[in-house]
Structure formats: C-alpha cells, structure tokens
Design a protein around this ligand. Sequence first.
Ligand code: PA5
Length: 422
Amino acid sequence: MIALDRQHLAPFLDDSARASLQPYVLDAHRAVLNGTGAGADMLGWRDLLLSTPPPLDAIEEVAEEIRERADVLVCIGIGGSYLGAKAVIDALTPAFAEDDLEIVFAGHHLSPGYHERLLETLQGKSVYVNVISKSGSTLEPSLAFRFIRRYLERTFDDTAERIIVTTGPTGGLLNPLRDEKGYRKFVLPDGVGGRFSVLTPVGLLPIAAAGHDVRALVGGASDELKRLDGPQANPALDYAADRYLLHEQGYKTELLAAFEPRLAGVGGWWQQLFGESEGKEHKGLFPAVAQYTSDLHSLGQYVQQGQRSLVESFLWVDDAGDGPTVGEEDGNPDELNYLAGKTYAEINRSAYEATAAAHAEGGVPNWTLTMPGLDARSVGALIAFYEHAVAVGGYLLGINPFDQPGVENYKQKMFSLLGRPE
Ligand code: PA5
C-alpha cells in the first residue's frame, strides 16, 4: 500500500483552492472508474487488475523453459514495450546479484555499437528472444529483431522454439511473421496502451524469466487499485490534485527522486507514463528523475537554489533492509564515530528527511511516496498507484491521458529522410 506524505507540500498550497478542486477530482476519479472520460477504450489495464487477469500460468511455464534452456534472453522492444519490464526487474534484483540467465535489452535505441557488440556477445551462448511490439512496425525493435532473428536462424536449428512474440491480438507486422514461422505468441490485449502494459505479458514474461514473482506483482497491483477505487481517503487522488494545483500555479517540472538506486528504472517508466499521458496541448509537468543521494552532489545545488519552477516527489522505501551498522574505530581517523550504532538505513533516512526539509525551505514543494519494501507486491502497488493517478490527473488537465499523437511527428521526418515508401 502506497502512502503519501504531504507535510512539505502544504505550505505551498492554498487550502481553499484545494477544497474547491475536490469536486472536480472526484468527477475525474469517477470518469476513470466508470469509463466515461476521453480515451475510455484504453482502460483495459484496469480490467486486467480487477476482472480478467493476465495468463500467469502460461507466462510462468515459458519463463521456466527459458530459465532452464537459455544463457541469454534478449528482450526486444522500446517505450512501453521495454520500460516496465526494465523498471520491475531492476527494482526486484538485489545489487550485484548473479543469475544463470542474463537478460539483455535490444531495439530500445539505435546505437550502432551497442547492437554490433550485442550480436558478438551472443556467440556461443544459448539464446532466447522475446520480441515485444504492439504494432510490430516500430523502427528500433523491428531493426534489432531482423538482425537477431537472422543470427538465430544461422546458429540454431530450433529457432521457432527460441523466439516468443508479444504483440496485439491481430494485425500489425509481427502476427503474419509469427504465423509463417511458428513462433509462440503472447497477446497485448486491445485497450491497453504501451505505457500501461507492464502488467500484461509485455512486462510479465521478461520479469518472470528474470526469476521474479509475477503473481505477487499482479496481486499487489490489484489490491492497490481496489483500495484506490474505494471510498476511503485516497492518496492517488491527493497526488493528482496537488500536481494539478502546482501546475496551475506555474510550476513546470516534477523531479522524482529515489533514495534507492534499484528504483532508477521505475523513474524511467514513470517518465514515460506521465510524459506521454500529460504532455499535450502545451500542458503537463515535465517529468524529470534523480538518484539521491548521488545527485545531491550534482543536481542538488540547482534544486536548492536554481530557478523556482520545480516540484519534487521523493520515492521512499520503508524497509529496504538495514545494511551494515557503523562501529566505533580507535582514534576516529575518519571522524565517523558519531555514527556508531547507526545502520545504513538510518543514515539514508536522515539524508532523505534533511533533503525534504532543505528543499522545501529553498522553495521546492515536495511530497513523499512511501512503498513498504522492495518486494514484488510493493512494486505492483506502486505501478497501480501511478497509473490511477495519471489517469485522474489527465482528466483534471482536460486532456486524453491515453493517446500520444505527438510521438508521430519525428517519425514522419525520420522515415522521409530514410526513404521509406509511403
Ligand atoms: O506508449 C506507447 O504507446 C509507446 O511508447 C509504445 O509502447 C512504443 O512506441 C513501442 O510501440 P510498439 O509496441 O508498437 O512497438
């Protein structure tokens, strides 16, 4: 269950404006629940958590086969077909963990060196591929898949067993290829946009292949969404309402800062979720991310004293483990004996509390979202929290939070430069 601490936000918000907004917040909430807002045909991510769960048995079975037979799983996809799996795998994998199965990503950019090296490093290894694309025609994953498919066809005599396609139920370019070649397939249901697809096979197959508990992940998300749908005090609505009021006051950027490096990928996923959902009609807070305390030694100066257009949301993990406890040292050469008896977790918490207070004093409104732990249920809950909040927030802004018309503009120019036939 995700908690929202607003103590460093309240001084920046006018209580009467917040109270006046509340009826609109509840209208937006009801529009999400009842499917009466713009883009309501793209609320399928809610159905997956509330009524028609993803095919977990089949996902776990294929994941187990991959773990048994492969040295490397190459996950090919970009945007919503990549960021969710990366976020969850990073969040659930302890630092320096070693696994017999290596998960690598491809087709999430156009770096020539990366893709050349990837093909080289696959040599001599047992390779499985999960190609993930709703449309099947996105340039980056299509290009990577062409090279990797050809490598597999040259190298293995059971290529059809090694390629798993995740795409829409029908249409697109991957469905006919899959039919011709006999690849196995998982479906991204209609009604679920890429950035809302992490809890469909799009994210769940790579996450299960990485050895993580997809049942707990989906269960945590489902329980959280039911809680947020209910009548009690609702932190997702508070977060959406606060963001809206700050946006109306002229704040431009929301900086999401986690004090746990395993949450860096969640920051990337959150950027897409909020950036693509809200950044239209010249509206929306720009979603930026930072890793604290690392970035307190770089961005921290700007946050404290730069242009006053930032709001900050801290992502805090209640129980991320204690870590080592500081001991006394003779002579105190590093002058750290004042910390004796404290754990890393306690020191990290002091850094977070100090940062939140200092940045508020410096004129940066901030909230804290607290997740219970770095476990699958907590990460699932966080996903549901943000998905509900961005849907409500989009309706408050008066935009459709489920489309992304602006991502086409650069593609048209790029395809024209590359000479793609009409
Ligand atoms: O949110 C979105 O819709 C996008 O980020 C898409 O997921 C991304 O462009 C990849 O599209 P596709 O899955 O069709 O390859």
